[in-house]
Design a protein around this ligand. Structure first.
Ligand code: GLA
Length: 396
């Protein structure tokens, strides 16, 4: 982890320190910055041992902490009204309820899980600030898990693979969310100006230069602000279906499948699910190669292909996500150079689209998004990505 904050990040870090001092009339001993992530390509591949290509965002969660001499825990967050006081033993008790099958919720749930996983034996004061939207598919919960685990394992700290493992365990075992390893790995390993090429089976993450801006391309997150209400149960169903597909093929996972192995499946639904995972893995590799040779037009077209596969084969899209992707694709006949592409990002079922397009299309896209707003619950939020950011790190 690189410890020196970059100048543009002194703003939110400073704000997080001030918020802590206002609450507790003391200074934090440590402050961690855990950014959100957006996955450029490679969705619903991680839990089948495959590849993904996320980047970290400027939007981030900050966790500030100071240890106490007793067993009291005071914690809170700028988000909503999430302020509470407790003791280590009360938190441990609620963590045990999660082991009995009751998922923990809210900031106190995240903290109880972290206290239990790390066997924290000292009280603490903790404050969370964040400008990362919740429910937009930008991994606000993985950012919070990693920020909390980093702060609560200070000052000794934990190696990154262990942090990732514990952050995933927090979601899976305590919070009732059956996530893979993509979000936590992306946030832990992201590096400025690079995408993270994740191999979920090997547990490795390699930085890939990702300088779309130098080629005159823009990358936007377009948050449809549509709720991801059925996301958990549908996600679990996809995990089960892909597991069934790999079992029927006699493979350890779909990463091990050959390009046309999906044709060997008798069940038409499993056929489609497997085809998505197999072709999506191929698209991640193609994206890595095309990015290295600066072919951003072809990367953009792979994004749209990925969306179609997520929509038709994996069936995790929604009318709102499709409307935004179609709108981006509809710009292409109007462009004199380059190509505009877009896809849903993350688990799907709502949330955000990521769009890659030549800078010359920016004004047109902005006004077209204004027009599509009528088909959505409200105007979509545009989050331009100037460049990929650094991942998790200590800001104090
Ligand atoms: C969610 C999960 C990840 C991954 C994506 C889909 O974000 O947390 O592990 O499976 O969905 O790619």
């Amino acid at each position: 982890m690189n410890n020196a904050p970059r100048p543009e990040e002194l703003g939110p870090a400073h704000h997080a320190m001030q918020a802590f001092v206002r609450q507790y009339r003391r200074h934090p001993e440590v402050l961690f910055r855990a950014p959100g992530r957006v996955n450029c390509i490679g969705d619903h591949t991680d839990y089948q041992g495959g590849w993904s290509l996320p980047i970290a965002l400027t939007l981030a969660t900050h966790v500030a902490l100071a240890w106490r001499a007793d067993d009291q825990v005071r914690a809170g967050s700028d988000l909503g009204n999430a302020k509470f006081s407790s003791t280590l033993s009360e938190l441990a008790q609620s963590a045990r309820r999660a082991a009995g099958g009751t998922a923990l919720e809210g900031l106190s749930g995240f903290i109880a899980a972290a206290v239990d996983l790390l066997a924290v034996d000292r009280g603490f004061d903790l404050w969370v600030t964040s400008d990362l939207p919740v429910g937009s598919g930008l991994s606000s919960s993985a950012a919070l898990s990693l920020g909390l685990l980093s702060a609560l394992s200070s000052p000794s700290g934990l190696p990154q693979p262990e942090l990732i493992r514990l952050a995933q365990a927090m979601e899976n075992r305590y919070l009732g969310v059956n996530s893979g390893i993509l979000d936590q790995t992306a946030i832990a390993y992201a590096r400025a100006d690079h995408a993270v090429f994740i191999d979920a089976q090997a547990g490795t993450a390699s930085p890939i230069p990702f300088d779309f801006a130098a080629a005159g391309y823009r990358l936007w997150i377009i948050d449809t602000r549509t709720p991801r209400s059925l996301a958990h149960s549908a996600y679990d169903r996809r995990v089960a279906e892909t597991r069934q597909a790999s079992q029927d093929l006699g493979l350890p996972n779909l990463r091990a499948a050959a390009a046309d192995d999906w044709q060997r499946l008798a069940d038409p639904v499993l056929c489609k699910r497997a085809r998505h995972v197999i072709t999506e893995n191929q698209r991640v590799w193609q994206t890595v190669e095309l990015a290295a040779s600066g072919r951003w037009d072809r990367v953009a077209s792979l994004l749209t292909n990925s969306h179609r596969s997520l929509r038709d084969d994996f069936e995790v899209s929604t009318p709102a996500l499709d409307a935004v992707v179609d709108l981006v694709d509809g710009l292409n006949p109007l462009l004199s150079e380059g190509f505009a592409g877009a896809r849903l990002t993350g688990a799907g079922f709502g949330g955000s689209v990521i769009a890659l397009f030549p800078g010359s299309a920016e004004t047109r896209l902005r006004s077209a998004l204004g027009d599509v707003a009528a088909a959505l619950p409200g105007p979509p939020a545009i989050i331009p990505i100037a460049r990929p950011e650094d991942g998790l790190r200590q800001a104090k």
